[in-house]
Design a protein. Structure first.
Length: 202
């Protein structure tokens, strides 16, 4: 989910010269946007500024326990726009603000990432490396059933196993697809016979 908005105005350049585009200080930008995001009960997961011609693109990624909705994204975008317009961190050139939530391809690197992925099937590398030369143990796959101060609990083949946060490398959520015939149980068993009824219903 994402939302975009455009801001700023392009100032005329002297003698037809191309407007300069000094680098934007990422730390200063984060210093403006992080308090706004935190005040809304969310976490700033990423901020990146790129240039496209005479315009900049500011990509912001936010997340929260329970996820973020489109309405949340829109509200964050409005609040960030106001805060950025009141500051000078983006410089003189116009820019586009894009706010989004993390996708499933976002690696699980923080405790909050693992906590918010409870119930998901994940794969992660074992930082200790394979045991006894068994390369199959270089990675672990399981479903997250818990994430606490002690570590991450995974259901691995029906066995509950606890891993410390330092035991696992960045986790990756695996995409799961429902069986093709998963929805057939919802069909009305009488539908097939209904086509054979006469015009009077008998």
């Amino acid at each position: 989910m994402s939302s975009s908005s455009r801001h700023g105005s392009l100032r005329p350049s002297a003698a037809g010269a191309k407007p300069s585009a000094p680098a934007v200080d990422a730390e200063r930008v984060a210093g403006v946007i992080e308090p706004v995001v935190s005040a809304m009960g969310m976490d700033l997961e990423g901020a990146r500024v790129t240039s496209a011609g005479r315009r900049r693109l500011l990509r912001i990624t936010v997340d929260a326990d329970g996820g973020v909705s489109l309405d949340d994204i829109a509200e964050v975008s409005r609040n960030l726009s106001a805060a950025l317009d009141d500051s000078v961190v983006m410089g003189d050139l116009p820019y586009t603000l894009e706010v989004s939530s993390p996708g499933v391809d976002r690696p699980l690197t923080e405790r909050r990432h693992w906590r918010r992925a409870i119930g998901r099937l994940v794969v992660a590398s074992l930082t200790a490396g394979p045991a006894n030369g068994d390369k199959a143990r270089a990675t672990i796959e399981g479903r997250i059933t818990g994430a606490s101060a002690d570590g991450i609990t995974l259901d691995v083949g029906g066995e509950s196993r606890l891993f410390g946060y330092g035991d696992l490398g960045p986790g990756k959520i695996k995409i799961e697809f429902a069986p093709i015939d998963a929805g057939r149980g919802d069909e009305d068993p009488d539908d097939e016979g209904a086509d054979e009824e006469g015009s009077d219903g008998h």
